[in-house]
Design a protein around this ligand. Structure first.
Ligand code: SF4
Length: 206
């Protein structure tokens, strides 16, 4: 089985998950979307109303804004992978509970381990808290951070070392002009970060 087939299989298994309470109130599981060979995985918070209706991540107004920003850096949805911390919509768009995020983590962890991206981009504070605990989004947005997992402290099966890039959530910037400018500015730095991680691959993709 190749990577694409493995990811499809995993996402199909996810569709029948009912490990937490969120599945009782949502319409469907929203596993994620994009390329299994993506160099970048974007991770948001959880599906909203539109995502719950369509089964696709980031399809509402925030998703449209995300697409606009991707086109600025000459990327399309097919070039990246995008998923959420929880795969089912929390009722009334409330924040996912820590317990729900913990239970759902196993799915995201498997997706990341299959894709093995060069860069994980956190969108908003929920994914930032999981991957880079203790960091404040106002201080680290627009920055690339390398996290090393020592063998003794490692609690999950992520690679020993992973590079993260921190962004505000597109939904937070939708109706806030200055935040929108900050997010676009941070977004424009992504190609440079990718180039620093692997210059050869970046040249090949251009
Ligand atoms: S949120 Fe995650 S763990 Fe909970 S039911 Fe949906 S897929 Fe399963």
């Amino acid at each position: 089985m190749n990577k694409t087939e493995e990811l499809e299989k995993l996402n199909k298994e996810m569709l029948s998950c009912s490990k937490c309470e969120l599945r009782k109130t949502c319409n469907q599981v929203v596993p994620g979307e994009g390329s299994a060979d993506a160099r970048i995985v974007f991770i948001g918070e959880g599906p909203g109303k539109k995502e719950d209706e369509t089964g696709k991540p980031f399809v509402g107004a925030a998703g449209k804004f995300l697409d606009e920003m991707l086109s600025i850096i000459k990327l399309k949805r097919e070039d990246i992978y995008i998923a959420n911390m929880v795969k089912c919509r929390p009722p009334s768009n409330r924040d996912p509970l820590p317990k729900e995020k913990d239970i759902c983590w196993a799915w995201l962890e498997k997706q990341i381990n299959l894709i093995k991206p060069d860069l994980i981009i956190t969108l908003g504070r929920h994914s930032l808290e999981k991957f880079l605990p203790g960091q404040r989004i106002s201080e680290v947005h627009g920055k690339a951070l390398r996290r090393e997992f020592s063998k003794s402290s490692k609690q999950d099966s992520l690679p020993d070392e992973q590079i993260f890039y921190v962004l505000y959530h597109p939904a937070a910037a939708l109706y806030n002009g200055s935040m929108r400018e900050v997010l676009i500015k941070d977004f424009k730095r992504i190609p440079k970060v990718l180039e620093l991680i692997n210059p050869k691959l970046s040249q090949k993709n251009n």
